[in-house]
Ligand binder design. Structure first.
Ligand SMILES: N[C@@H](CCC(=O)N[C@@H](CS)C(=O)NCC(=O)O)C(=O)O
Length: 97
C-alpha cells in the first residue's frame, strides 16, 4: 500500500480470463497497489470470493476500507473506472495537503 492509500484492494482473477487481463493492464497503467489473488492457484481465494461476493465470476475487486467495511465489485469496466477515480481523487487530495 502506498503511503497515502488508505484503502486495501485485492483483485480476484485468473490468467486466462481476458477481462482479468484487461483489468490487470489498467492497474499496471495507473500504478495503484492492488494485491492479485489468483483463484485457480489458491483455492482459498475462490472460497473467499464466493463467500464474500456471492459468485465466482472474475475479475472481482475486494475493497477493504479503514472503517472496517468490505465491498465486492464485479465487472471489469466498473472496476477500472472505480480505480481510476480513486487514484485521481488520491492525487488531488495529496496535492492539496
Ligand atoms: N462482463 C464481465 C465478464 C466477466 C466474465 O465473463 N468472466 C468469466 C471469466 S473470463 C467468468 O468469471 N466466468 C465464470 C463465472 O461467471 O462464474 C466483465 O467485464 O468483467
Amino acid at each position: 500500500m502506498t503511503k497515502s492509500q488508505s484503502t486495501m484492494f485485492a483483485l480476484y482473477h485468473y490468467e486466462s480470463c481476458p477481462y482479468c487481463a484487461k483489468t490487470r493492464r489498467a492497474i499496471n497503467d495507473i500504478s495503484i497497489d492492488v494485491e492479485l489473488r489468483n483463484i485457480q492457484l489458491n483455492h482459498q481465494y475462490q472460497i473467499e470470493l464466493l463467500q464474500g461476493g456471492h459468485k465466482t465470476q472474475v475479475p472481482c475487486l475486494r475493497i477493504d476500507s479503514l472503517n472496517g467495511t468490505t465491498q465486492w465489485l464485479y465487472e471489469s469496466d466498473d472496476i477500472i473506472q472505480y480505480l481510476v477515480q480513486y487514484q485521481s481523487d488520491l492525487f488531488r487530495i495529496t496535492r492539496m495537503a
